[in-house]
Write a protein that binds this ligand. Structure first.
Ligand SMILES: Nc1ncnc2c1ncn2[C@@H]1O[C@H](COP(=O)(O)OP(=O)(O)OP(=O)(O)O)[C@@H](O)[C@H]1O
Length: 244
């Protein structure tokens, strides 16, 4: 399988505080990878650096062999739900439609086809009935589904999701994971910041353990070991039971 993302020696800082040091890894097409590490490990920062939202100090990132700027239309991003202003006066359909901006062009109005695609994505996430509801009047789980629909409508090849399962109920978690698996099965590549260590192996075929740098990266069954988890988190691990 070819590599869709190559990260070479990336370091990043907020003012003087270095958050990422010498991060290098490659992601193959068709993989579903969890990015796992303790609070403050730099997981969200890594996504933001990859997506050119904050600059890196050093290093090189290539998507499909190209720079972010030229590969942008093939990349979808679902930020943390808490990082968005849900009071912004807009409805679910518009949020999903606007996700296609890269394809529509900033100075053009969305066409019927874009709305139809947005509606289809909302249907996929079982949110069609909420299309005209103000986003401030959706529950947390429903907002997360709208975000997923927005990513689906973007029709990207590589997706980044920042904690999509945070604060959602079991039904929404299942719906989101089914969508991510469906994307993977259709040859797309997905990277997800994930916090529930209990479900890493069940949900993701690859894992990237991060704590300011890459602690381990590879197939979950080989990489998500007690030793690597301890290296990433430090301390003792009570929650894994008899984990390797
Ligand atoms: N805008 C910012 N300005 C200054 N420091 C920041 C900023 N955003 C994050 N940081 C710091 O950078 C470090 C990494 O933060 P980041 O949000 O990337 O971690 P994370 O692994 O996603 O954490 P969490 O699991 O808690 O969401 C933390 O020490 C954090 O305090």
């Amino acid at each position: 399988m070819k590599s869709v993302l190559t990260v070479e020696n990336v370091s990043a800082a907020y003012r003087k505080d270095q958050v990422l040091t010498d991060v290098s890894f490659q992601i193959k097409q068709g993989t579903l990878t969890s990015i796992v590490g303790p609070n403050g490990a730099g997981k969200s920062t890594l996504l933001k650096v990859l997506l050119d939202l904050i600059p890196s100090i050093t290093g090189k990132v290539t998507f499909f062999g190209e720079k972010y700027k030229t590969a942008k239309s093939k990349i979808g991003y679902v930020p943390q739900r808490g990082s968005v202003d849900w009071d912004f006066p807009t409805n679910a359909l518009d949020v999903v439609t606007m996700g296609q901006y890269g394809k529509i062009g900033w100075l053009k109005w969305p066409q019927k086809e874009h709305k139809q695609k947005a509606l289809a994505a909302l249907r996929e996430m079982k949110m069609e009935g909420f299309a005209h509801r103000q986003i401030s009047q959706l529950s947390g789980g429903q907002q997360q589904r709208v975000f997923l629909a927005r990513a689906l409508a973007q029709d990207a090849d590589l997706y980044f999701l920042d904690e999509p399962l945070a604060g959602v109920d079991a039904t929404t978690e299942k719906a989101i994971m089914e969508t991510l698996k469906m994307l993977k099965e259709s040859g797309k590549t997905v990277m997800v910041v994930h916090h529930d260590l209990q479900t890493v192996e069940e949900y993701f075929d690859h894992v990237l353990l991060l704590n300011k740098t890459v602690i381990a990266h590879g197939p979950s069954h080989l990489t998500f070991t007690r030793e690597n988890i301890r290296k990433a988190y430090g301390g003792t691990l009570h929650w894994m039971g008899e984990k390797r």
